[in-house]
Design a binder for this molecule. Structure first.
Ligand code: PMV
Length: 325
């Protein structure tokens, strides 16, 4: 790259919601996730004078630091993996600015989106843009260091930016089994209203809690996970058929199963009940649970009454997403 002209690269990745299958997906069951294009994480890279190294600025979390790839910081790990994938050996002199409108620890995939934006920006900045599968794999590799056993659904949906059917891979198999990633058919466009309890619940804590409870009662939990997996198949068929009332009922059933594995909360239940009472065709928590967000399937009459009911019931923010057919 020629120093002297200003080189700026900006890339972004969306938030996400899990329509069905969260938690069970960690245990090999299928899940469906959708991108949330209205909230995004962005990475901007400005070329810096030689010798500067990498300075990362993340004003939304009040952080600014000098990054070297041998650090253990999650982003340093991700950069190291990205440089290795790009066969980059020379040091990079750059100022990296990370911004995100995705609420953290709320089930919207903020960490994965920030990672995907960073990988895409670095790759594009170095003149070798990466396809979604590579971006996703790199973000997954780095998340594994810090979150134990992520299923990989978050990095996948934010990298592909499409509604996906996802079954986790299995690295312990020989040869390792890659994840199943399929685009899903949507027979009838639909709209989701997303409410936020405002309660921060880091995913690794809710996932860890489920793991502990499963260790105490594996038969019960594995049967609940299988029921959630069966429901994911039903929901996929209902999406393809465009049967929104039946889809709503299936989302409600998924919520019952999530409550049974212990990841709902009084705040989530309040928002879910309010949405249903306001005419939502179905409602459930989305993501790790314990707090964070819920989603409601808007009725044909529109989303306004559901939105108002969620605000009245204490939702700290409302997001919406329309899923086209
Ligand atoms: O990042 P969250 O809170 O949307 O949760 C991801 C979904 C889980 O199934 C709970 C965890 C995982 O790794 O799939």
């Amino acid at each position: 790259m020629q120093w002297g002209k200003q080189v700026i690269t900006t890339e972004s990745a969306p938030g996400k919601v899990i329509l069905c299958g969260e938690h069970a997906v960690v245990y090999g069951q299928p899940a469906i996730a959708l991108p949330l294009p209205s909230v995004r994480a962005t990475a901007r890279i400005d070329a810096a004078t030689p010798g500067t190294g990498i300075v990362v600025d993340a004003p939304d979390v009040g952080e600014r630091w000098q990054l070297t790839v041998d650090q253990t910081h999650p982003l340093a790990t991700l950069l190291r993996l990205t440089f290795a994938a790009l066969n980059r050996t020379a040091p990079l002199d750059a100022h990296i600015s990370l911004r995100s409108a995705i609420p953290i620890a709320s089930g919207m995939g903020s960490g994965a989106a920030l990672g995907a934006a960073l990988v895409k920006a670095v790759a594009a900045h170095l003149g070798t843009p990466l396809p979604p599968a590579d971006v996703s794999r790199l973000v997954y590799e780095s998340e594994r260091f810090f979150h134990g056993t992520p299923s990989g659904i978050d990095n996948t949906v934010v990298s592909y930016e499409q509604a996906i059917w996802f079954v986790r891979g299995d690295a312990s198999m020989t040869p390792p089994r890659p994840p199943t990633i399929e685009l899903i058919d949507v027979g009838q466009p639909f709209r989701l209203v997303i409410g936020d309890t405002g309660v921060r619940a880091p995913t690794h804590l809710t996932v860890g809690g489920v793991r502990e409870r499963r260790q105490r009662d594996p038969r019960r939990y594995d049967s609940l996970f299988r029921a959630i997996g069966a429901l994911a198949h039903t929901i996929r068929s209902l999406l393809a058929a465009g049967d929104l009332p039946a889809l709503g009922a299936a989302l409600n059933r998924n919520q019952e199963l999530l409550a049974a594995i212990g990841v709902s909360s009084p705040e989530l239940e309040r928002l879910i009940s309010a949405a249903r009472a306001a005419g939502a065709l179905g409602a459930k928590l989305s993501g790790g649970g314990g707090g964070g967000i819920m989603l409601a399937l808007a009725p044909a009459s529109g989303a306004a009454t559901v939105t108002q009911a969620l605000l009245d019931a204490g939702s700290v923010r409302i997001l919406e997403t329309s899923v086209p057919s």
